[in-house]
Ligand binder design. Sequence first.
Ligand code: SF4
Length: 332
Amino acid sequence: MPSNLHKALLTWYQHHKRKLPWRGESDAYRILLSEMLLQQTRVEQAIPYYQRFLQQFPNLETLAQASQEDVLKAWQGCGYYARARNLHKLAQQLVFAGQALPCSSVELLALPGIGPYTAAAVASMAFGEPVATVDGNVRRVLSRLFAWEKPSPKQVQETADTLMAQLVNRRGDRDTPGNWNQALMELGATVCTPKNPSCGACPVAPFCQGKNHPERYPAAQKRLQKSLEMVALVLQGPAGVHLELRQGPVLGGLWGVPMEEDPGALERLLARFGLDKAEPVGAVRHDFTHRKLNIQVYKAPYEAKENPRQRPLSRLDRKILKLVETKSLRLL
Ligand code: SF4
């Protein structure tokens, strides 16, 4: 069965894969960039970022020589900025040591921001290493193919590895590990979708044990989204606004308005800037994957000089400044 499954999937992939700018790419830097983008960004949104980023930083060397601020500016609006910081850091680490991107998944894994999935994706697509990439699409396709109710990460990884090993034993010209990995992910992204999978048009339907009830697999897991109450203080004067360099894993390295978590957030912010009061402007909501932010926005006059157009700002901060702009001065 697996041999026929491989054949059916690879033939389908050959004829039905979407045209994407990184498809068929063999340059490891370009593959790495696309994989870093796709970690948390949808394909349609990632394409313009991929193209613009490569125009500005066409290779590891140009990226290594850029300032972090320029790199973050190129990533601005794409979210999860740790990806851009890590890409920049690894480019500097390799280029300053006179090295290229390593060709094995084990060595790639040792670089900043590269996890098992990205290491396997780059190693299999750029260097033909027979390692399986397991993302959400692959998990869903395998759990339906084998009718797993609740696949454990170990079960999925072991099965993907077994299928990969069988593929390697019967490898032909087009049956590269990169193609197999991409074919499985492409099937999950376009045919075996989370809702309403197109089983009637699926190339592996004859092998699929879950095709009669695909919605059962994998069983839904509850995602906990923590809600945080925050206060943002927009300090503005005739010459600009006050911006600070953010810290932390999510928005670290970007600039933004002063913000604190409640309770007592407004009092702490006022005390920090020696102010007595601030004027309420409105509320902004912003969702991260595991966090939902409810932000009460205040403004106060202040001698501030930053021009928000000249700093890499997060989408969240642009939302806050936009709200203030619509209610008062032009800031953006
Ligand atoms: S037959 Fe349906 S459930 Fe099975 S892999 Fe294909 S699309 Fe997914």
